[in-house]
Each structure stands twice: as C-alpha cells, then as structure tokens.
Design a protein around this ligand. Structure first.
Ligand SMILES: *[C@@H]1O[C@H](CO)[C@@H](O)[C@H](O)[C@H]1NC(C)=O
Ligand SMILES: *[C@@H]1O[C@H](CO)[C@@H](O)[C@H](O)[C@H]1NC(C)=O
Ligand SMILES: *[C@@H]1O[C@H](CO)[C@@H](O)[C@H](O)[C@H]1NC(C)=O
Ligand SMILES: *[C@@H]1O[C@H](CO)[C@@H](O)[C@H](O)[C@H]1NC(C)=O
Ligand SMILES: *[C@@H]1O[C@H](CO)[C@@H](O)[C@H](O)[C@H]1NC(C)=O
Ligand SMILES: *[C@@H]1O[C@H](CO)[C@@H](O)[C@H](O)[C@H]1NC(C)=O
Ligand SMILES: [Cu+2]
Length: 779
C-alpha cells in the first residue's frame, strides 16, 4: 500500500493580535508540545452512536433486490420479461429498480412514537415494448422481504399525469435498444454523405461499432414533446476524453415515431446554419461550394484535459503543500454507519440514497427538536441557447439519467479534506447491487471566520477592554455526480450556530458548440473551433420543514417603505421610513425573491419562544438564486414548471413526494408529473408544508470554462437560519472561544480564558491515499 507520511509539527500559533496570553499559558502550551508525541488522530474513525430508530428511509438490501428480481422474472408474475441484456425495444424488460420512498404518514408514528417500522417497497420500471400499446410502466413491489404478502402493483399514486405510472413508448427513456432501432437509418444517411463529411470534417460515421467510424454520435434530450411522436437529434463530435469540447458542425434529425423502424424518416441535415430536408439538397449545396468548414475542430484533445500544463509556467512557492482543512482536534461528530445517522454539535439527521435522486436527508433535528422532515434534490436541469439543433433544442433534466448512479469516488485531500469520513453509496442494478465506494464524504471544516466576535470597553472607560471570539465550523456532507459532461457537487452544511446551508457547484466540460462567426449572441469563442453555448442551470430542491411538528406556516415579512412625519422634526415634513409588515401565505403558490430582497420568508410554528415570538427558520437567499429564464419553449413547457420560480410552497402529501418524474423530459406538453397541479388552492397556514427552492446559474460561458468550468464561480447556495427559534444566539454553549481581558493602566497584563481548549500540540501525520480511485463493485 502506498502511504506517504507528511509530518508537520504544529506549535502553538500566534495569539490574537490585540492581547498576548500570560506567560503561564505559553509555558503550558510549549511544554506539552515538547513532551507529548501524540498525533492529532485525524484518521481516527468518528465516534460511533446508535441511531434512536432503524433508518426507515434506507435503501432496500441486496437480498431484497435479488428476491424482487426473481419474483418479477418468474413466469407466474405474468410480466413476460426478457433478460435486459438480450432484450430489444419490442420486448418487456426491467429498466431499473430503486427504493420506493417511505410514506411520511407511516414514518411519523414510528420515529415519534411506538408505531411499527414502515414496510419497505421496491420501485421497478419495466419497459413493456411487447404490450399492444407499448409503454414504460412503474411498479411497486412489497412489502419486503419477499413473502406471501408481497404484491406487484402498478405504481400510480406518485404521478398526477393522465397515464399515471405509464409513459408512452415514444416518451420513454431513449436507451440502447431504442437507439439501435434508428441506427440503420442514421447509418444509411451518413453513408450516403460520407464523401462530404470526410472532405469537410475528416470524419465518417458508419455506426458506432464500425471500425471506420471516427466521429461520436450523441443524442440530447428531449426526443418527444408529448409521447405521440418521437424525433432524434444527432450531434457529432470527435471521439476522445474531451469529446464535449470538440463538436462538429453537423446535425442529423430523424423522425423515429413508434417501434416500426421501417417507418422512420430523415427530417433533415443542419450545417453552416442551414437546414437541408433531404440528402439531395445537402449534396447540391455542397457541390455548389456553399458548405464549408471554416473553423476546423482539433482531433488532439490534450489541451482540454484537466492536468498540469508545464507550458503555463510555475508560480512562486507553489511547490509547497497548500493549506488543508483538517479535523485537528479529532472528529467531533458521531456516526451510525449502518443506519446512516449522524450527530454533530446539537444536530442529528439520517441519510438515505436513491439511484434517481442521490442523497436525501431526513429527520433533521437541532437539540432534539425537529427542523426538517426531509431535505432532498428533486431535479438538475439545463436548457441551452443557439442557432443549431443541439444548442437550440436541448433541455436536460438529469433525474432522467439517475443522478445517484453517477456519484462516485471522491479524492481525499482534494475533493474532500484529508481525514474526512468516506461513505459508500449503493443502489440496485440488474439482479444485484452496485456499490460506489467513498462516494459521500462527511467532515467538519473551519468556516474561515468566527461565528461571532466583539471587542468591548476601551481600557479607561470600563477599566479593561474585553475581546470575545467564537470559533466557526460546520459539518459538511458532500457528493459529486458526474452526469455526462458535468460534475455537480452537492454540499449540505450543518453550522454550529444552528443554521443549515445547501450549496451546489458545477465543474466539468461545457456541452460546447462548433464556433460560428455570427453567433456571438449565444456565447464566446473558447478555442479554435469551439464556442461556449449559453445555458441556464436550475437545480430544484425540496425542504419539507417540520418546525417542532407538522403544523407550520410560511411567514412573509415585507419591508415596507412608508411616508411619515416626526413631531420632533416638524420642519422636515413627510419623508420615507421602513416598516415590517408580516403575514402568512394563505395558499399553495410559486413565488420569487422580492426585488432588492425586500421580503423575508420564514417557516414558522405556532409555538412561541420565551419572548412570545413564533419559533421558525428563515430562508436566506444566497448566491445565484435564479430560475429558468425561459417560460415558453416547446422543449420546456409543463414538465419544467418547477424550474420557473425561485420558490414554491405546497402542502405535504404522501402522493406528492417528488416535484418531477424522471421521464418527464420527453413529456413537455403532457407531463407524467405536472408540478402545476400541486397548486390547487390548499391552505398552507398552520399545516404540513414543504418549501421548494431552485439553485442554479446563468452560465455565461467564457474561455475560463476551458478545460473545465471552475467550481469557484459556478456556485449557488441558500441558508436556513433560526428565526426566534431559540431565545438567544446559538454560541453561548460553545467552548471553542476565547475571552480575553486586557487590563489597562499601571498594572497592565492579560487574563486569558480558553475553557481548557488549547492550541494543538500534536503532530499531524497524513496518509497519502489521494491517488486511489476505488472501482465500482457489483454485489
Ligand atoms: C411475451 O413477449 C414476447 C416478446 O418478448 C412476445 O413475442 C410474446 O407474444 C409475449 N407473450 C405474451 C403472452 O404476451
Ligand atoms: C475493420 O473491420 C473489418 C471487417 O469487420 C476487417 O476486415 C478489418 O480488418 C478491420 N480493420 C481494422 C483496421 O481493424
Ligand atoms: C465500502 O465498499 C468497499 C468495497 O469497495 C468495502 O470494502 C467496504 O467494506 C464498504 N464499506 C462499508 C462501510 O460498507
Ligand atoms: C449567420 O449567418 C448565416 C449566413 O449569413 C445566416 O444564414 C444565419 O441565419 C446567421 N445566423 C444568425 C444566428 O444570425
Ligand atoms: C413619499 O412621498 C414622496 C413625496 O410625495 C413621494 O415622492 C414618494 O413616492 C413617497 N413614498 C412612498 C413610499 O409612498
Ligand atoms: C403511500 O400512501 C399512498 C397514498 O395514501 C398510498 O396509495 C400508498 O399505497 C402508500 N404506499 C405504501 C408503500 O404504503
Ligand atoms: Cu454550465
């Protein structure tokens, strides 16, 4: 095993500038440095704890996955299933299995009382191509483990579209089997024009498995708008590790409605910003010299790899190890790995994982009182802009690709701090389970600023000057889903002051476009033949707040400007001043942040704190809190409603666990899950409510997106902070603080209070596991 020891002796660091500690303090610190050979123990496992209850949201087990698979494939099920590895589009086969969410109404009596542990169910998607009316159909299978009581039922109740759990064939996931059906037509078109593509782009396409093919064909979404017809837009790129940055100015659009490939037709070819409905017209234009490749793409992709470039020179002192965030006093959070349960500085929560949506948080409590029942990602979308079919027509909703399946190994020391707790994730895959080792990390990190500080009392006024400063830190849970070109980093922070932060960052390759001279209104040129296509990223989250209990309201405090006059300054007449007007929202609704943030939103309980104020959590807007810019595009209509406002508040129902459905992307006009239908006039006052919020960014692309987008700028976040939830700020019980009294006058000197928490006097020994990327394991 490769281990490298980076030993760093830490001496007591410089004391605060204002006040130097007394001599005794220094003596204690230095002598213990010299005498103790203790290491800081940053690799020690987090102390263990036993979760109060068995995690009722946990993933289904491998045994259950296998048993469900066998149950479905037994002839008695009547499902007439074919092995997915051998199936074609016109067969019935299992597309995926996942853990069905557990109903909140079943969980609450269990976690809050003596209720029985709710039964687990599998969620199964079966592509039923062999049905007279071919569909994708969702099923629920349970209760688990499989036994006499286990039933296979259609899973309809979580969808509000007309066909509920069924998705018409044209709108179902465009998998390898669907792709194969239209491949002969694509090959025939591309073979017919192979002489032209070779001459223009130095590239030909005879099918993905033909050894002459030297271009990659990719199909973005959507491929259908309502499930009645289907089309396939094919874009071409040079193959390689950085294929996304070497697109080619050639697009083929096929009409591919239904399962009978003999009826598929060519809609047309696009290049040079011109549309050719037939091969003949395309050829005629080429023969007339009207089609050129003015900005050829490079086949060499070295320039686009995320690795050191010696030709960019060296920065002074950059050969030294960069600062690291390490848990130098030992881990301060406790973990129940089996139940995915965490306790940290008054916080406690459970985690769960699904293949569709990734990491979930449940039962988030602060000092034993519930703040959130659930915090989860619901969608990660992007819509592009441009004047060519790829950029102009592409909308991604990444739940379509099963976001959880793209969360993989994190690199310790780089993706996460050295010594972070690394957790595996697992999800059903085929007749088994796929394990992605070290795909979630948990760590406490320095906030980079104190939670609070103040210096009070000039020496001569109150005798002495006093300085108080409290250490700021947070526990973070992080995972990164690399969905095709993009790496989305999801960060969930639990701060010691009782606030919670949700942050998402994006890196990875742009889905770029070939460079077009007159399309600068869609983004800049970023390489010889490459243009960065403008796009919006919108990531929807659900925060099911239960402040103390399920009876909550969404309180709006408007900052109101009013003309008034002041009797003690009559000569000033009337002039403006600010007032707060608070009210509760009455009905479910979608809404936006107020201009200039002149409204504060908070989820409040009817219960009051010591001062008679309603206990709640405020929703603090953060960086780049955008919504989708487009409201009326055929590609992002009713399946994108949830992307179109900053915020929304709804009543919580067992039938509305998800804001979107994973196959909605192909159902713009006839969604399987219509978020708009959530808003049916129900009261949100003193009820069980959920807040939906969007994070994201307007991705104004730039040459600094090469080779990959920078996490530092591509970031969006939000904070939930206590609002009269407590009777005072949550810092008074933190011992990681200093209280220093600087005595003035003749006697001088310092009183220095450290509450027994001294500067570190241990040696840090870092193991060097940073180069290990663990393989995915199949059970
Ligand atoms: C079962 O599916 C196959 C295709 O995989 C089909 O040919 C056959 O007719 C189906 N059987 C029944 C009873 O539906
Ligand atoms: C490509 O495939 C053909 C037929 O499958 C084969 O005859 C030929 O040798 C292959 N060429 C190369 C360069 O591998
Ligand atoms: C994580 O997965 C690895 C396999 O890669 C396995 O050795 C390890 O025991 C797993 N850890 C846990 C906590 O399940
Ligand atoms: C760019 O120029 C071409 C050729 O002059 C024209 O056909 C096309 O419409 C222009 N594109 C845009 C987006 O203006
Ligand atoms: C206050 O009065 C001034 C002068 O009449 C007017 O211009 C201004 O708009 C008023 N402000 C508000 C908030 O009504
Ligand atoms: C969850 O609740 C819904 C609505 O009441 C119900 O239809 C469904 O069967 C429940 N699911 C489970 C797994 O019990
Ligand atoms: Cu982007």
């Amino acid at each position: 095993m490769l281990t490298q020891s980076l030993a760093v002796a830490i001496l007591a660091a410089a004391a605060p500038a204002l006040a130097r500690p007394d001599a005794g303090y220094w003596k204690r610190a230095i002598s213990s440095t010299l005498n103790e050979a203790r290491t800081c123990g940053i690799y020690d496992a987090a102390p263990s704890v036993k979760a109060p209850k068995v995690n009722p949201w946990a993933q289904i087990t491998n045994e259950d996955t296998v048993a469900v698979w066998d149950l479905l494939h037994a002839p008695e099920s009547g499902l007439n299933l074919t092995d997915p590895a051998k199936a074609e589009a016109a067969d019935n086969y299992v597309y995926f299995m996942d853990t069905l969410h557990t109903n909140k109404t079943a969980v609450l009596p269990y976690i809050d009382g003596e209720g029985a542990q709710p039964a687990k169910y599998a969620r199964v998607v079966i592509f039923e191509g062999a049905k007279p009316e071919p569909v994708s159909q969702e099923y629920m299978v349970g209760p688990l483990p499989v036994g006499p009581a286990t039933k296979i039922e259609k899973l309809d109740y979580i969808f509000n579209g007309e066909k509920r759990g069924a998705v018409p064939y044209n709108a179902r996931y465009f998998d390898d089997k669907r792709s194969r059906l239209s491949e002969p037509l694509l090959i025939s078109v591309m073979s017919e024009i192979a002489d032209i593509t070779e001459a223009l782009f130095g590239g030909v396409y005879y099918g993905s498995s033909d050894n002459r093919t030297n271009m990659v064909a990719a199909t973005p979404t959507p491929v259908s708008l309502d499930g009645s017809t289907a089309f396939r837009t094919i874009m071409f790129r040079y193959p390689g590790l950085a294929s996304y940055l070497t697109p080619i100015d050639l697009y083929v659009i096929l009409d591919i409605t239904g399962l009978d490939a003999s009826k598929y037709t060519l809609r047309g070819i696009v290049t040079n910003e011109r549309f050719f409905p037939t091969v003949a017209e395309f050829r005629a234009a080429y023969d007339a010299g009207e089609i050129i490749n003015e900005f050829p793409q490079t086949r060499d992709q070295e320039w686009a790899l995320l690795k050191l470039r010696e030709d960019m020179g060296v920065r002074d002192l950059e050969d030294r190890l960069a600062p690291q965030s390490i848990e130098i006093g030992g881990k301060r959070y406790k973990l129940d790995t089996e139940n995915q349960y965490v306790e940290f500085m008054g916080w406690s929560f459970y985690m769960a994982f699904t293949r569709t949506l990734g990491l979930f948080f449940y039962d988030i409590k602060y000092k034993g009182e519930r703040v959130l029942y659930e915090l989860s990602l619901q969608e990660a979308a992007a819509q592009y802009a441009g004047f060519q079919p790829k950029a102009a027509n592409t909308v991604y909703q990444d739940t379509y690709y099963s976001i959880g399946t793209y969360s993989a190994t994190l690199l310790e020391g780089f993706d996460c701090p050295f010594g972070a707790t690394m957790l595996n994730v697992s999800y059903p895959e085929g007749r088994g389970t796929e394990v992605h080792p070290q795909a979630v990390c948990l760590y406490e990190a320095d906030s980079g600023y104190p939670v609070a500080r103040h210096r009070t009392g000039a020496s001569n006024d109150y005798g002495f000057s006093r300085l108080g400063s409290v250490k700021g830190s947070s526990l973070w849970a992080r995972h990164i889903a690399t969905i095709g070109n993009y790496d989305y980093m999801f960060n969930y922070g639990f701060h010691v002051d009782g606030s919670i932060e949700v942050e998402v960052r994006a890196s990875g390759y742009l889905q770029s476009s070939p460079y077009y001279k007159n399309q600068s209104n869609f983004g800049p040129r970023i390489y010889e033949g490459t243009q960065g296509s403008y796009h919006d990223h919108v990531l929807t989250f659900k925060a099911d707040f239960d402040i103390l209990n399920t009876k909550n309201s969404l309180q709006v405090t408007d900052l109101f400007v009013k003309n008034q006059s002041q009797p003690w300054f009559p000569e000033l007449g009337t002039f403006e001043q600010m007032e707060l007007h608070a009210h509760n929202m009455k009905e479910e609704q979608m809404f936006n942040w107020a201009p200039n943030n002149q409204a504060m939103y908070a989820v409040v309980s009817e219960e009051t704190n010591k001062w008679g104020e309603k206990r709640g959590y405020r929703i603090v807007p953060g960086k780049s809190n955008i919504h989708l810019s487009i409201h009326d595009s055929p590609f992002s209509k009713k399946q994108s409603t949830l992307l179109k406002s900053n915020l929304a508040v709804t009543r919580v129902h067992d039938t509305e666990p998800y804001g979107n459905s994973w196959q909605n992307i192909h159902l713009s006009y006839a969604p399987q899950q219509d978020f708009a239908k959530f808003f049916d006039g129900e009261s949100v006052e003193n009820e069980d409510i959920a807040l939906w919020f969007n994070l994201g960014m307007h991705h104004f692309t730039r040459s600094e997106d090469v080779p990959v987008t920078l996490f530092s700028e591509a970031v969006s976040n939000i904070v939930f902070a206590p609002q009269n939830f407590n009777e005072r700020a949550q810092e008074g019980d933190l011992r990681n603080r200093r209280w220093i009294i600087a005595k003035g006058g003749e006697e001088g000197g310092l009183e220095y209070e450290d509450h027994g928490i001294e500067m570190p006097t241990c040696r840090i020994e870092l193991e060097e596991p940073a180069t290990k990327v663990l393989p995915i394991v199949k059970l």
